[in-house]
Design a protein around this ligand. Structure first.
Ligand SMILES: *Cc1c(COP(=O)(O)O)cnc(C)c1O
Length: 318
């Protein structure tokens, strides 16, 4: 399966389309952690998160006749916006199945790119079922948020760009939801430096991937209660699980309060606004959950889609 994932094709499709996001450095942070930290600023990616990479790559990889019929997906937000924007660029229709409690800002952004939003109740309905019903009616192609080889390949370009800028890294710290981002990043890391230690970070309440890797089989949990809405997944996918088993060294967890510390640090010191999931990987470093002292460390800031109201609310709650 690993050799079916075409990292180079993804890189060619995305070059000149994705934004080559900056890599941020800070002497304060390096001193505080006793390591060399490279922050990959994917909150500055098109549509505000790395998800644009995987979404665009998956749509671009389709046969043009199939693509023209339209795309459908399910997502709590960032993948939805990414699919909507990528579909708009290809001038094809997009349908997004979204939980009815998703942040309004994310829903509005999806609609602003011209996608049709179908709402469902995530506590009583399965998004896969809702999507399957619409898909069959309109002959659409499903592009899920993480368990898809071209989505994973697209996400790999995030780490690839980081390495091009930072040079070889000892550790790569990546937020984990369903594992699409870390799978792609781990494949890219392994190619340039098989010794690079790839560590995933999940919110403590939603450690489905940690449990799955520990138990050697996919473990499904309840919808987790966490502020990190980009990582409210209930289980890894079959592809992402297999890749993570081979290429991810460890998954650590952070509490919501530790995530808030990460957001606070990024705002105060780096002058960056990130959403909770976007601060998750840095939060693990600040909370001393990863052994990185003395190393060269890449950290993915995965997204920045948060409304001013929610940002103020969260920052004020500490
Ligand atoms: C989707 C998302 C994640 C998790 O990515 P997976 O590919 O599901 O592991 C992390 N952070 C943000 C901001 C996201 O949108």
């Amino acid at each position: 399966m690993l050799n079916e994932i075409d990292l180079d094709a993804a890189n060619s499709r995305l070059t000149g389309v994705v934004r080559r996001t900056p890599v941020l450095r800070s002497r304060l942070l390096d001193d505080a952690l006793g390591a060399e930290i490279y922050l990959k600023a994917e909150h500055l990616q098109r549509t505000g998160a790395f998800k644009f990479r995987g979404a665009f790559n998956a749509i671009a990889a389709l046969d043009s006749n199939i693509r023209a019929r339209g795309i459908i997906t399910y997502s709590s937000g960032n993948h939805a916006q990414a699919i909507a924007r990528a579909a708009q660029i290809f001038q094809i229709p997009a349908t997004v199945v979204m939980p009815d409690d998703a942040p309004t800002s994310k829903r509005q952004a999806t609609e602003s790119y011209g996608a049709t939003v179908v709402l469902y109740d995530r506590y009583t309905e399965r998004r896969e079922d809702v999507a399957a019903a619409v898909l069959a009616d309109y002959n659409l192609t499903l592009i899920p948020p993480f368990d898809h080889l071209d989505v994973i390949a697209g996400q790999s370009t995030c780490a690839r760009e980081l390495f091009e800028e930072s040079g070889p890294l000892d550790h790569l710290i990546v937020p984990v939801g369903g594992g699409g981002l870390i799978s792609g990043c781990a494949l890219a890391a392994h190619r340039v430096n098989p010794k690079c230690r790839v560590v995933g970070v999940e919110p403590e309440a939603g450690n489905d991937v940690q449990l799955s890797l520990q138990q050697g089989q996919i473990v499904e949990i309840e919808v987790p209660d966490t502020i990190a809405d980009g990582q409210q997944t209930t289980a890894p996918g079959t592809h992402t699980f297999a890749i993570m088993q081979q290429r991810v060294a460890e998954i650590v967890t952070v509490t919501d309060n530790q995530i808030l510390d990460g957001m606070d640090h990024l705002f105060r010191i780096q002058k960056q606004v990130v959403e909770p999931s976007g601060a998750c990987a840095l939060a693990a470093l600040l909370a001393d959950k990863t052994q990185i002292a003395g190393g060269r460390v890449g950290v993915i800031l995965s997204g920045g889609n948060i409304s001013p109201e929610r940002f103020i609310d969260l920052m004020g709650s500490r």
